[in-house]
Design a protein around this ligand. Structure first.
Ligand code: SF4
Length: 232
């Protein structure tokens, strides 16, 4: 198999009844600004090359963002900020992300979510998080040879990705590293290969950006540090 095949396979997943209902409900009701849009309304795969050195982990798709456009972080204010920062650092081919298939490319970076369907209130249940975990775990098996740094966007991503990294061949320090903006942990490889640098970053959601808790400069700085740690 390949990561591309995994990306295709996940789009057919219907394992969480509440989230299947929610993603389809959003597509039926739509938001007024998007009445003419055909919503994707399926799980959102990761985006970026199979040999990415830097992996950015979010939370879950937004009902009228990725759930509409079919690509992670695409079509909402969170994603606009993230892609603009990646473009500024030379890690994306353009600053604007419009929808799946718009030609945007990432360079050395993969973006993914631990939960692939949009949840009500952006809050997946612990059961939904655990049900979805095999998808990101399988994704990290493909990324394992090239991944050198991970940025966890928010505490949920940080908590969700630690067991995934532990299952994917890296050693998570004990006690478990604690999330914060700028938190950093070194995870040695279990097999003596290259280790991984884990970075915490406040989530790019409007809740953080509109209040100034996370500024564009803070995001760019953190991504630049992580990209350097990844050798990009
Ligand atoms: Fe499947 Fe994950 Fe979506 Fe649940 S959240 S239906 S496990 S893709």
């Amino acid at each position: 198999g390949s990561l591309t095949e995994l990306d295709t396979a996940v789009t057919g997943c219907r394992a969480c009844p509440r989230l299947v209902e929610w993603r389809e409900e959003a597509a039926r009701t739509k938001r007024r600004a998007y009445l003419d849009d055909d919503y994707w309304a399926r799980p959102i795969p990761g985006f970026g090359p199979e040999d990415a050195a830097l992996v950015i982990v979010g939370l879950a798709p937004a009902a009228h963002g990725a759930n509409r456009t079919g690509r992670i972080f695409t079509g909402d204010p969170s994603g606009d900020l993230l892609y603009a920062a990646l473009y500024e650092l030379g890690l994306a081919s353009r600053a604007e992300a419009v929808r799946r298939g718009d030609g945007l490319r990432l360079h050395g970076v993969r973006i993914t979510d631990p939960v692939r369907c949009c949840p009500p209130e952006n809050r997946p249940s612990p059961t939904e998080r655990d049900t979805c975990r095999p998808w990101i775990t399988r994704e990290f098996r493909y990324l394992r040879p090239s991944a050198r740094a991970v940025v966890a966007l928010g505490g949920f991503a940080w908590q969700a990705v630690l067991p995934v990294l532990a299952e994917s061949g890296w050693q998570v320090p004990r006690p478990r590293p604690v999330f914060g903006h700028g938190a950093r942990a070194a995870l040695p490889a279990a097999d003596g290969g290259p280790g991984l640098h884990l970075f915490g970053c406040y989530h790019v959601s409007p809740r953080n950006t509109y209040t100034g808790r996370l500024t564009p400069a803070m995001l760019t700085d953190l991504l630049a540090t992580a990209a350097a740690a990844a050798g990009l």
